[in-house]
Design a protein around this ligand. Structure first.
Ligand SMILES: Nc1ncnc2c1ncn2[C@@H]1O[C@H](COP(=O)(O)OP(=O)(O)O)[C@@H](O)[C@H]1O
Ligand SMILES: [Mg+2]
Length: 254
């Protein structure tokens, strides 16, 4: 498919398949089109050519609420609505399940409580979002998407701006959701080593095109990292997990 803004094409002729049940990570330099691709997958952006298919059906033909019950998106740098509480934000994830005839119900209550519990935020339900740390806030956003109860979660840079222990915490949460609850996860990350550790499927992008997809071992090679990121490096097996580990080389002396 091809995606862009007004007359400007950003992603041209990209072909990606997200394996069901995978933890897929999209990697690529700044401005290469990762968010644009994710927004296309979530129908926030209509392709200028091609289409997105979910379970054999074009998402453009699905009613919005049905799509929102199957796919949840956490956009990059989501802005906190003013003076909202943790519970209030997570409850927004239930909108797709409501209608004029079916207002707030016990099913909504259970979904919200479950999402707060799995993200460790239940005890903070009445706190205001702007009182929380960045890591806690990120967990609340994920709880909001979880409350939507979709099988597919699209997370745009869920770890950016977090310190390393909170990054790991968010990635562990994603892994648990993927493994224990069979959620298919598609996340944009910047850290190649974290991506290689947590993902079972990578999509590597450059300049609006998909350079390569596959397992971390297949995708993360020295030459490819150098080509895509312009980074001289070596790739070793991670001593703990065996996944590829990128070690940047110092720039050569002039
Ligand atoms: N709403 C928009 N309108 C116009 N151009 C945009 C918009 N969003 C992103 N772009 C442009 O599209 C390109 C890819 O952006 P993006 O998909 O956000 O990249 P990434 O997420 O990989 O950093 C960039 O050049 C960016 O400036
Ligand atoms: Mg982005």
């Amino acid at each position: 498919m091809t995606l862009g803004y007004d007359a400007r094409t950003v992603c041209r002729d990209v072909r990606v398949a997200i394996p069901r049940g995978s933890f897929t990570v999209i990697l690529g330099p700044n401005a290469c089109g990762k968010s644009t691709l994710l927004r296309g997958m979530a129908r926030l952006l209509r392709p200028t050519a091609g289409r997105v298919v979910l379970d054999g059906r074009a998402i453009l033909e699905m009613p919005s609420k049905e799509l929102a019950r199957r796919l949840g998106l956490l956009p990059q740098g989501a802005v906190v609505p003013e003076a909202i509480t943790v519970g209030g934000l997570v409850a927004r994830g239930r909108f797709p399940h409501q209608s004029l005839l079916r207002q707030w119900s016990s099913a909504d209550e259970i979904a919200v409580a479950g999402a707060l519990q799995r993200t460790g935020m239940l005890e903070h339900v009445h706190r205001r979002l702007d009182e929380l740390s960045g890591g806690q806030r990120q967990r609340v956003w994920i709880a909001m998407v979880l409350a939507q109860q979709t099988e597919l979660l699209l997370l745009d840079e869920p770890t950016t701006y977090l310190d390393v222990s909170h990054q790991v915490e968010v990635l562990e949460l994603c892994r648990t959701l993927n493994r224990r609850e069979d959620k298919t996860i598609v996340a944009v990350l910047h850290d190649l080593n974290q991506a290689a550790r947590y993902a079972d499927h990578l999509v590597l992008m450059k300049d609006g095109a998909v350079v390569c997809t596959g397992s971390p071992t297949d995708v993360i090679t020295r030459d490819r990292v150098t080509e895509v990121f312009g980074l001289a490096c070596e790739v070793f097996p991670d001593p703990l997990t065996g996944s590829p580990m990128v070690v940047p080389l110092p720039p050569r002396d002039q």
